[in-house]
Structures are given as C-alpha cells and as structure tokens.
Ligand binder design. Structure first.
Ligand SMILES: [Zn+2]
Length: 76
C-alpha cells in the first residue's frame, strides 16, 4: 500500500488517471476517485479502489486485452 510522502499536506477528494501495466498489457483507468494532496499534488487511492483497479486489470488480462483506456467504474 502506498503511504503519503508528505504528511503535512491536506488532501481533498479528486479524480485521477491511473495507468497500469501487466506483462504486455497496458490499461488506463480514467476518473479514478482519489485523495489529492494540496501540498505536493500526489494522488492516493484508498485500499478498496486499489483492489478494484487490480481486479479489473486482472480481468482485462484474462480477456486478452493488450491496451485499453476505460473509465473506472466503482462497483459499490
Ligand atoms: Zn503531499
């Protein structure tokens, strides 16, 4: 799990683009909910979002996707 590098910045809800690579596959998720640090601009996904991203990447890999750009869909 990712830990914030700067602990002094305030975070606020935002949406980011997250590229994931797995083997020869590249998948880009758009509009992923995240907390964005107002100090350094780094974005953090919570554990549930991270798990969902990895799950969707896994399914895409199983489906034989080589490159994809999609809007992240939150199941819950
Ligand atoms: Zn920061």
């Amino acid at each position: 799990m990712k830990r914030p590098i700067c602990r002094h910045g305030e975070t606020r809800p935002g949406a980011v683009t997250v590229p994931l690579k797995r083997g020869g596959m590249t998948i880009v998720f758009r509009e992923v909910p995240a907390l964005v640090c107002e100090n350094c601009g780094e974005a953090f996904q919570d554990a549930a979002v991270t798990a969902a991203l990895l799950e969707q990447a896994e399914q895409a890999a199983l489906a034989g996707v080589e490159i994809d750009v999609g809007r992240f869909a939150v199941a819950a």
